[in-house]
Write a protein that binds this ligand. Sequence first.
Ligand code: NAD
Length: 299
Amino acid sequence: MSKPLAPPATIAFIGLGMMGKPMAARLLGAGYTLRVYDQSQQAMSDFVGANPGAIATASAKACAQGADALIAMLPDGKIVRRALLEGADAAAEGLSTEAILIDMSSSAPVGTVELSKELAVRGLSMIDAPVSGGVRRAIDGSLAIIAGGSAEHVERCKPLLQSMGKTVFHTGAIGAGHAVKALNNYLSATSLLSMCEAMIVGEKFGVDPGMLVDVFNSSSGMSNSTQAKGRQFIVPRNYAAGFTMALMAKDLRTAADLAEQLDVEVPTMTEMAKIWARAAEKVGLSADHTAIHKFLEGK
Ligand code: NAD
């Protein structure tokens, strides 16, 4: 087995958005050599300005050069595929066959299996390792990391993953991390939407929405949504959790598509994917996902 990816191994990191920025900063803090790339110049200069020591690069290919591992933290699997394989500046053009791709984006599992096969033809290996926990847990390095791939590859990446997350689950073969992540976000989206509906009904009856959340948090209705989103983002209506409507709607679509591909009938999941797609259209793709509350209120 190749040796574990411990510091000061060189990591190429593509995608310095809400999650990528704090995750890449953790790697630098842990002592890895960090090469970064984002298609947004602003994201690049913000990151390099705040994290001296990070090496800015001009393309995905340049970022990948000399790296022991390449992490993608991009919006979805189609974009990951494009960044890896399409065009002369694609990352795979610069990646050594000793290196490993770690797709930490929430990508669609079937696409991930296909991508791993295309990479294998070029002698390249990959794991999927999406995350859960949001921006707050990306900053403090306590993300849940949900990996799929061969045991050998996941083991090799563990020191790297552990510098960004508290728990690393190995959920199965390639794509299994992405499948579990989509299913997790289905539960998360469903509990958030249910809490918002309950708050709207309760408020109309005259109950203070903050009081409602406090009761849920001490009762059987408790969930991550009631604990981490109710008082923080819904009651004050600031809708600022740091995860967009577009990304949540994409995750719901991913879960519903997976069920369809597996020929499983899941009426609630199917309906959730439709409601979140409508909400994203209505409140805007870049709105925060907690604005599902605004959508349900009809405002
Ligand atoms: P984001 O939109 O904030 O960041 C994405 C970044 O990728 C942007 O900086 C963008 O410029 C860059 N980018 C897009 N296409 C590119 C390309 N072809 N080449 C280089 N850079 C490119 O997204 P995010 O919130 O950081 O989420 C990233 C992934 O993590 C998504 O798959 C999302 O579903 C998942 N995720 C997000 C959260 C969250 O709370 N935000 C939590 C868990 C998982």
